[in-house]
Write a protein that binds this ligand. Structure first.
Ligand code: GDP
Ligand code: MG
Length: 398
């Protein structure tokens, strides 16, 4: 049989974010190398991480590498994406996955547009204020102390701008490449260890509301011949166990019932799943078309009504934040992403005709499909590969 997933340490979902080529993948690989030496990880080569297999769901191609490692204190799931667009898609569609972020900034470049955009997205997907650490990378190429300090100051300002506590967040100077190559231990291995101790000691385990009614948003759906359908994703809240009666809602589904016939995490059987767990949930008797990415799993007897009309606060990104140059206009159709779902929506702006880049406004959204929406849930609006707006749902409309 399969090894049983041991819950002997607190678990946290983290990931590397930051501008392309600043060293996210190198750092991810270096973390596994440093921890492999203490039996806390399987060493993952740079090439293996950067060649994550493509996953396709509803026409959206996502590239992401999930790995796990553990320190003496905690167990981590870590995500690294190869390209900027993959980060955007992942943070938006699989968003809830990251509960802590390692912001990688190359000291050779400083903060760049994608640094800003990832940080804004981190904020929008609800990464807690304490759960950001900066790895100031490529220090081997910036021996000059003044330059490092300038870059650090700039990053702290940027963090403050996005309402993260920029004055207290740890900025760790180091060299991911040195750590990976086993060179310059003071800026290599030592810096990675320092980073890990920040994850261990400073990052908070979010209150995952294990006493609440469970909710799980399907990120991917696979059908297994003769066994049923497996949906993967992160348990947002509550607990789940084998035998639980559940219902699938959202993406125009209501009252679709099933029973959980198996639960797995990283290919190990899970007796009881808790909030934040990365899971594969096996559902008895459901066919491949019954569930799709974006559907939510709720307990049988829940009170949720999927909706296609909702009020929200919307912020339109400036081009310096990675957004567009044009405003969002009243009565235009836009493409909305929230949890793991996405759909088209008509945007009705309350009290004005446009929301200019850099401005926010109150909107009513008329969605093409009935979706799982709750107040305080976040969403984004994308045009092609650009995030033009982010927002928060405030009231479900009748
Ligand atoms: P990503 O796009 O953020 O994932 O960046 P990569 O990890 O792919 O790194 C981009 C490039 O920077 C690669 O050529 C790395 O070898 C190089 N690199 C990463 N970390 C360091 C470092 O600490 N020092 C130096 N000099 N180069 C680095
Ligand atoms: Mg990379």
């Amino acid at each position: 049989g399969k090894a049983v997933f041991k819950r002997d340490k607190p678990h946290l979902n983290v990931g590397t974010i930051g501008h392309v080529d600043h060293g996210k993948t190198t750092l991810t690989s270096a973390i596994t190398k440093v921890l492999a030496a203490q039996k806390g990880a399987k060493f993952r080569k740079y090439e293996d991480i950067d060649n994550a297999p493509e996953e396709k769901a509803r026409g959206i191609t996502i590239n992401a590498f999930h790995l796990e490692y553990e320190t003496a204190k905690r167990h981590y799931a870590h995500i690294d994406c190869p390209g900027h667009a993959d980060y955007i898609k992942n943070m938006i569609t699989g968003a809830a996955q990251m509960e802590g972020a390692i912001l990688v900034v190359a000291a050779t470049d400083g903060a760049m547009p994608q640094t800003r955009e990832h940080l804004l997205l981190a904020k929008q997907v609800g990464i807690p204020l304490q759960n950001v650490v900066v790895f100031l990378n490529k220090i081997d190429e910036v021996p000059d102390k003044e330059t490092r300090e300038l870059v650090e100051m700039e990053i702290r300002e940027l963090l403050n701008e996005f309402k993260y506590p920029g004055d207290t967040i740890k900025v760790i100077p180091g060299s991911a490449l040195s750590a990976l190559e086993g060179k310059n231990p003071d800026i290599g291995e030592a810096a990675v260890k320092q980073l890990l101790s920040v994850l261990d000691d400073d990052f908070v385990i979010p209150d995952r509301n294990s006493n609440e009614e469970p909710m799980f948003a399907a990120e991917h759906v696979y059908s297994i011949k003769g066994r049923g359908t497996v949906i993967t994703g992160k348990l947002e809240r509550g607990t789940l166990k084998r035998g639980d009666k559940i219902e699938i809602v959202g993406c125009d589904r209501e009252n679709l019932t099933s029973v959980i016939s198996g639960l797995e995490s990283f290919h190990k059987t899970v007796e009881q799943a808790f909030p934040g767990d990365q899971l594969g949930v096996l559902l008895r008797g459901l066919g491949p078309k019954d569930v799709r990415r974006g559907c939510c799993l709720l307990p049988a007897g829940h009170k949720h009504k999927p909706t296609d009309k909702v009020k929200a606060q919307l912020y339109v990104l400036k081009s310096s934040e990675g957004g567009g140059k044009l405003p969002i206009a009243n009565y235009f159709n836009e493409h909305l992403f929230s949890l793991t779902w996405d759909t088209g929506a008509l945007v009705k702006i309350i009290g004005k005709d446009f929301i200019m880049p850099g401005e926010s406004g109150e909107v009513e959204l008329m969605l093409n499909n009935k979706m799982f929406i709750e107040p305080q849930q976040r969403f984004t609006i994308r045009q092609g590969s650009t995030t033009i707006g982010t927002g928060v749902f405030t009231d479900v409309l009748p």
